[in-house]
Design a protein around this ligand. Structure first.
Ligand code: NDP
Length: 244
């Protein structure tokens, strides 16, 4: 999809690897200035070499104070992609308090916090904006050993709707994308059991998992004016899985 984001500044979290990294590259290629936020500095150094001029910010988004320090003065942002997440896999009965807290602080609370920072800036400047929360199809269906992760994504659906409702009057749209498995590092981990993975794939009407590009295209569509009447929605990128 050919979209033009010239003149706009975007912020992408979880920018070091996987979907976040390719989202940064696509926004950069579409003319946006990009703030790339991630946890491992080496990833940001290599990304900066691929996309000269992006603004790297290295921070653990699970740490509220560190995030406030790193991003509180981030300046004008028009487009936000809340993408950072961890998928800590454990059977429900074995999930620890640490697993639960880490899952919620990185996957949900950071989206809440970064959105507050960015939306306040948009409102103060009187400009419209678009925010995309990268969720998952497990916001809607269960997946083995992902109780904590899935719960963060289920909650993200309501965060998306609540933000859309309260920020709509300021012309700020908020949507989520809800992919099926994408074979990034995270996707390989959650689908590592080959028999399970094969059966899961066959349950998709399109008989395949998503590619990173499928998710990035949908993120860019939701960030762009091409989706100007869409807010508060959860958009599946799931090969039809949720329809079955
Ligand atoms: P990856 O694990 O490949 O990449 C995640 C990125 O987020 C990494 O750069 C990672 O940095 C960063 N990140 C993680 N925790 C933090 C943190 N505390 N602070 C800052 N950055 C952090 O994941 P994907 O690209 O696969 O996932 C991206 C999004 O897509 C997530 O929201 C995920 O839930 C969602 N998703 C993924 C699916 C899949 O199958 N892959 C399916 C459905 C949804 P580092 O490595 O340094 O920790």
């Amino acid at each position: 999809m050919q979209l033009n984001f010239s003149g706009l500044r975007a912020l992408v979290t979880g920018a070091g690897k996987g979907i976040g990294r390719d989202t940064v590259k696509a926004l950069y290629a579409s003319g946006a200035r990009v703030v790339a936020v991630s946890r491992t500095n080496a990833d940001l150094v290599s990304l900066s070499k691929e996309c000269p001029g992006i603004e790297p910010v290295c921070v653990d988004l699970g740490d509220w104070k560190a995030t406030e320090k790193a991003l509180g003065g981030v300046g004008p942002v028009d487009l936000l992609v809340n993408n950072a997440a961890v998928a800590l896999m454990r059977p429900f009965l074995e999930v620890t308090k640490e697993d639960f807290d880490r899952s919620f602080s990185v996957n949900l609370r950071s989206a809440f916090q970064v959105s507050q920072i960015v939306a306040r800036g948009m409102i103060n400047r009187g400009v419209p904006g678009s925010i995309v929360n990268v969720s998952s199809m497990v916001a809607h269906v269960t997946f083995p050993n992902l109780a904590a992760y899935s719960t963060t994504k289920g909650a993200m659906t309501m965060l998306t709707k609540s933000m859309a409702m309260e920020l709509g009057p300021y012309k700020i749209r908020v949507n989520s994308v809800n992919p099926t498995v994408v074979l990034t590092a995270m996707g390989q981990k959650v689908s590592a059991d080959l028999e399970f993975s094969q059966k899961l794939k066959e349950r998709h009407p399109l008989r395949k998992f998503a590619e990173v590009e499928n998710v990035v295209d949908t993120i860019l569509f939701l960030l762009s004016d091409r989706s100007s009447m869409t807010t508060g929605s959860t958009v599946p990128v799931d090969g039809g899985f949720l329809a079955t």
